[in-house]
Design a protein. Sequence first.
Length: 122
Amino acid sequence: MLTCQIHVYSLELKQPWSIASRLGQNQRGISERTCILLKLSDSLGNSGLGEAAPVSTYGETALSTLRFLREFDWTRLSFHKLENSLEYLHACLPETTLPRLASISPYTTGQQKLPAKTSSHS
């Protein structure tokens, strides 16, 4: 059983971010992003961090992601029963909710190791 702390913050970008189809109001892109940081914890002291930075191009906003995260039943997740937790998580999410899913990935919970970086030596 997990508990979740949610923190919303604003990230000022060093360079404006844009894609050709969405340049923003000033036609130069956006210079600030609203991001959401999660801290998942259990009663044994285990914890993990996750972040969501929703992009409207994918049909998400910070508000819609925050609403989902606040309504989500965190007690249904466990660091020790990862398969059951992921099954519940996938049942709750439409396939198009990439920012939401990214914030609660197996890497967030510490149950999966990040893929090893490979490098090529010449």
